[in-house]
Write a protein that binds this ligand. Structure first.
Ligand code: HEM
Length: 244
């Protein structure tokens, strides 16, 4: 009996594994990976906004990224791994929360949960579908293949034409608008709560700026990411190749 008990004890996770499987561990991992993904979204948005400067800067930028070669593949690998770990820790937290509270509250006025917080799993799943679509659209060129083969006069991939012509399709534009609005909602809760998960704020020590950080990042991403499809669709960006 004693030896069976000690065998069970020795198989029980300990140290870092125990921490990662705990609720606090899963929250910390979700916060760290969320921070990395937010930094990518922000950087990607700033890079994309160069489209308002005309075809030259955005095509040069795209060419520069492609010229990174193996480093680009390393960045892609890190991003993909970060996304997978972010989703896995979200799933772990949902399971742990269900185990801790098997019967859902019917109505609890003492707990103020915002719409953004309640919908995090749903906005997260729709965003995952958007990322798959987006990669098929602009990285693999399978959504609008006729727009993927354009090259500018310097022989570079014509990203300006691909994006501006791509958003002439109302369905594509509408899907980007919906997905990026949900991304803004996801970030508006996620960015503020990651500070709490990382211990920067506690219920007794709140920094007002931290509460504002989420909505501020969400609003910036909303404006920046919606500007491109909407400006293209509304004809505010010059159409290449004399397209009508
Ligand atoms: C209106 C908003 C957006 C526009 C106009 C846009 C535009 C683009 C373009 C043109 C590329 C291809 C770059 C190239 O070929 O060099 C690209 C790649 C990518 N975008 Fe976006 N993007 C938008 C929003 C997003 C969002 C919200 C996410 C993530 C949540 C995202 C994630 C990615 C990823 C992961 C890639 C692949 C990068 C690679 O090739 O390794 N994008 N995007």
């Amino acid at each position: 009996m004693a030896s069976a008990a000690s065998a069970t004890r020795s198989r029980a996770p300990s140290g870092p594994v125990k921490f990662l499987r705990s609720s606090i561990g899963a929250k910390s991992v979700m916060a760290l990976t969320g921070l990395i993904l937010t930094a990518f979204v922000f950087g990607h948005m700033v890079g994309n906004l160069q489209i308002f400067l005309g075809p030259e800067p955005i095509n040069r930028y795209g060419h520069f990224l492609q010229s990174l070669g193996e480093l680009l593949w390393l960045i892609r690998f890190v991003l993909l791994a970060t996304l997978i770990v972010h989703i896995a820790s979200a799933a772990r937290l949902i399971v742990l929360n269900r185990r801790a509270r098997p019967i859902a509250y019917v109505l609890d006025d003492s707990v103020q949960v915002t719409f953004a917080a309640r919908t995090m799993p749903w906005t997260g799943m729709i965003l995952l579908a958007f990322v798959v679509y987006h990669l098929a659209h602009f990285t693999l060129g399978t959504v609008q293949p006729e727009l993927f083969s354009h090259h500018d006069e310097l022989g570079r991939h014509d990203i300006y034409a691909m994006v501006v012509l791509g958003f002439q399709d109302w369905f594509v534009t509408a899907w980007y608008v919906v997905a990026n609005a949900l991304l803004a909602l996801h970030l508006s809760h996620g960015v503020s709560s990651l500070f709490q998960s990382l211990g920067v704020t506690t219920p007794s020590l709140r920094w007002p700026l931290v509460d504002l950080a989420g909505p501020a990042v969400g609003t910036a991403v909303l404006i920046g990411n919606l500007a491109i499809p909407l400006a293209s669709w509304l004809g505010l960006l010059e159409l290449p190749y004399g397209a009508m």
